[in-house]
Write a new protein. Structure first.
Lengths: 157, 273
């Protein structure tokens, strides 16, 4: 009993800590689409970046993009440019900006903004079709954005 | 969109001739775009062209089309004396063929009331006002069986909904909704069905999102799906709060989307995956 309580307390601390050091979506500064500084204090984890990018409930980047380095992804979409070699085309700050809110780089882009919480028309709570229960969270957390950027930086031709 | 080099997987070239009890029925599944769309697309395609071979084949023969079971159920319901005074649809309307042409021209503005009416709205009016029954749920099984039966009476007729006159204001509203980028994903109907038709969004081959095939038998649900039910699913997929079937918004949207298919055949009950 006491042990479980301690564990729960410890977990809530570890869960809360990154959130405190994350730049909130509404506080992110874009310069010409770029985000210069990391959204978190923790460096991105490219392996987790892959998970985020290929999981439908998370980034689901492969709904639109192909990635030759990930041949196991089944049925990637062909809506958007292949992500191969993106690290040659874009800097880290540019990639962070594109993943957080691609519309800052590509005006009117079809690519969703993954780190944005305001300015939507009839936003829903995830895929429930209903209005969100409380404040609308961004689709990805700041850390997940950093993880994705870390993986994208490995995509060199 | 900057998509240099991305070759869209085009709609399959194919023609749809259905083996039916009454003979063969030729369906127009490809047609020149209606006038108002000319600057946007040249050709309109039924969603049938975007489906796999096996799914397309199911629609070539009424024996294979799983949607026909619902048409048969609709016919039983049509003839049943279900009204509080023993009325039946058949008692007032004779055979279901009296409904020929209705599916091709709805949603439409009712001349007497000025209200925008779908097939479901007409059925509902008779069920409640003329038969004294509780309204059938808009997406309930009786409504969908009846919708299937009534739509079949227009199979092969060109979709021809009016967009001018009394319909104009509803049509404009529907058009505005079609181009509104809803939800946390900020996507409009046009984002998927106009800008990206022919491409794959994950495993889904995007069609033009036409409603001439509705109601559809959806293999995934093993049941009948009406156009506005499909809209619910598409809007939900943008991480949005959806509108409800029979809302003013979805009725106007159904009119607008139907008009984008003016010239394609009503398919009666189509088959989609
Ligand atoms: C619904 C479609 C869609 C999804 C989902 C999507 N993107 Fe994109 N992305 C696009 C489009 C379209 C472009 C091209 C830019 C434009 O024209 O708007 C693009 C461009 C990019 C670019 C620039 C590519 C280049 O070579 O110039 C990067 C990097 C990128 N996306 C990363 C991602 C990542 C990472 C995710 C997931 C977290 C993601 N995208 C999810 C549609 C999408
Ligand atoms: C995120 C992408 C997306 C958006 C946005 C979207 N749809 Fe769809 N829609 C799909 C997919 C995927 C399918 C299934 C494959 C197909 O037929 O295109 C589909 C199917 C349809 C169909 C069935 C077509 C047929 O012949 O079976 C209709 C009708 C339709 N959509 C209408 C709409 C309308 C109206 C809107 C806007 C309210 C909309 N869609 C928004 C992705 C989308
Ligand atoms: C008591 C008579 C009566 C019964 C029973 C009845 N209807 Fe009707 N129905 C009418 C009348 C009257 C109209 C209106 C005709 C008009 O306004 O021109 C109508 C109109 C309709 C319309 C619109 C047709 C059109 O072309 O405008 C549909 C669809 C319809 N009925 C379906 C049904 C169905 C389905 C049932 C049974 C579930 C049913 N009706 C039962 C009398 C009846």
């Amino acid at each position: 009993m006491t042990r479980q309580l301690c564990l729960a307390a410890a977990m809530s601390v570890t869960l809360a800590t990154p959130a405190l050091t994350e730049t909130a979506p509404t506080d992110v500064a874009y310069t010409e689409g770029k985000i210069e500084t990391s959204l978190t204090a923790t460096p991105g984890d490219p392996a987790n970046g892959i998970t985020v990018m290929t999981t439908a409930a998370l980034g689901n980047c492969v709904a639109c993009h192909t990635i030759a380095a990930l041949p196991d992804v089944q049925f990637p979409g062909d809506i958007a440019p292949p992500l191969d070699g993106v690290a040659d085309r874009w800097s880290e700050a540019e990639l962070r900006g594109i993943v957080a809110n691609a519309k800052m780089t590509f005006e009117g882009s079809f690519m969703p903004a993954f780190y944005k919480t305001e300015g939507f028309i009839r936003p829903g709570g995830g895929y429930t079709g209903k209005a969100p229960a409380g404040d609308l969270p961004p689709i990805l957390t700041g850390q997940q954005i950093e993880d994705v950027v870390a993986y994208l930086l490995t995509l060199k031709e | 969109l900057a998509l240099a080099g991305a070759v869209a997987a085009d709609p399959v070239e194919d023609t749809l001739v259905v083996e039916a009890e009454e003979g063969t029925v030729d369906l127009v599944t490809t047609a020149p775009a209606p006038e108002f769309l000319k600057d946007t697309v040249d050709t309109i395609y039924s969603g049938w062209h975007y489906r796999e071979d096996e799914t397309r084949d199911l629609q070539r023969d009424d024996f294979d089309n799983p949607g026909m079971v619902f048409v048969d159920r609709g016919l039983d319901l049509w003839n049943a004396t279900i009204g509080t005074d023993g009325q039946s649809c058949a008692g007032c309307h004779e055979g279901p063929e009296s409904m020929a042409g209705l599916r091709a021209t709805t949603p439409r503005v009712d001349a007497k009331t000025g209200a925008l009416m779908t097939v479901e709205n007409y059925v509902d009016a008779c069920v409640t006002d003329r038969m004294g029954l509780e309204a059938w749920g808009w997406t309930g099984s009786q409504m969908k069986d009846m919708l299937a039966l009534i739509s079949m009476q227009s199979r092969g007729m060109p979709v021809n909904v009016a967009i001018d006159g009394a319909a104009a204001s509803f049509w404009e509203k529907g058009k505005e909704l079609y181009y509104t980028r809803f939800g946390q994903l900020e996507m409009s109907c046009a984002s998927c069905h106009e800008d990206n038709q022919g491409r794959y969004i994950r495993a889904d081959h995007l069609s033009q999102g036409q409603v001439n095939g509705f109601p559809v038998y959806r293999l995934k649900d093993a049941g009948i799906l009406s156009a506005q039910q499909r809209f619910v699913g598409c809007v939900r997929d943008t991480r949005a709060e959806t509108f409800k079937p029979n809302s003013d918004e979805f009725k106007a949207l159904e009119l607008y989307v139907a008009s984008r298919g003016n010239g394609l055949s009503v398919e009666g009950v189509s088959v989609r995956h």
